[in-house]
Design a protein. Structure first.
Length: 222
């Protein structure tokens, strides 16, 4: 209990300091606890500390971890932060409260159709591949305007913001700054950026959601 409670308190303090340094309201930054691969007792501990916002990167794993807890914890909020295949859209729309990884028209179309079918219009983010890495999902910065237009005009999806995962071998600041610039240009209020090792930089550059796994829960190696 104490370790995770201490981690959470320390993270919140660091977020507060970084926000103040940037002249931002710390309340405008939400801490998403990334619970992928974490053992059950750590999840229970996190819930006991009052944490309610969690991120998961795989639909199947998230279903196993959260579908029962969802029933008992009405204020739980789950963000999908990993790539979504169209054959998992039905489960994803039923389980999650926000999809952060919309990155192609085919996925946007499938999400729109499923949200309509379930009567569950989720806020979504578009994932941008700011480093234009071959293996990484996300739309390229150049492809963003077309995808955003399609989401808004053709599919009627409520796009609230942008999300990115910078290349591992580059300083993240330029990627965060690019994401912030793209969001401002397109009137998008939310920015999901920053992980355990760079969330303070992300907060200084405008993050409204930071996705923190290991610095919250401890190492994922069990
Ligand atoms: C795993 C993961 C995180 C959290 O990573 P940490 O380094 O453990 O904080 C954040 N975002 C995404 C998309 C992830 O897959």
């Amino acid at each position: 209990m104490t370790q995770i409670a201490d981690n959470k308190a320390a993270l919140e303090k660091k977020i507060e300091v970084a926000a103040h340094e940037a002249g931002r309201d710390p309340e405008s930054v939400r801490l998403v606890a990334v619970s992928k691969v974490q053992p059950d007792e750590r999840i229970e501990t996190a819930l006991a500390t009052g944490q309610r916002l969690f991120g998961e990167n795989r639909v199947q794993e998230a279903l196993e971890r959260w579908s029962v807890r969802r029933e008992t914890c009405p204020d739980l909020r789950l963000h999908l932060i990993g790539p979504l295949q169209t054959n998992k859209v039905k489960e994803a729309v039923a389980l999650f409260d926000c999809i952060e990884t919309v990155d192609r028209p085919k996925l946007a179309a499938a999400l729109a159709q499923e949200m309509e079918r379930q009567g569950r219009g989720l806020p979504c983010f578009i994932q941008v591949n700011t480093g234009e890495e071959e293996q990484k999902s996300g739309v390229t910065p150049a492809g963003l305007p077309d995808l955003l237009r399609a989401c808004r005009e053709e599919y009627g999806i409520d796009i609230r913001g942008l999300m990115c995962i910078p290349p591992q071998d580059e300083p993240p600041a330029m990627h965060f700054a690019l994401l912030a610039k793209l969001a401002a240009r397109h009137d998008l209020p939310d920015l999901s950026m920053g992980m355990s090792h760079d969330f303070e930089t992300a907060v200084r550059l405008g993050a409204t959601f930071v996705r923190v796994g290991t610095a919250f829960f401890g190492s994922r190696v069990s």
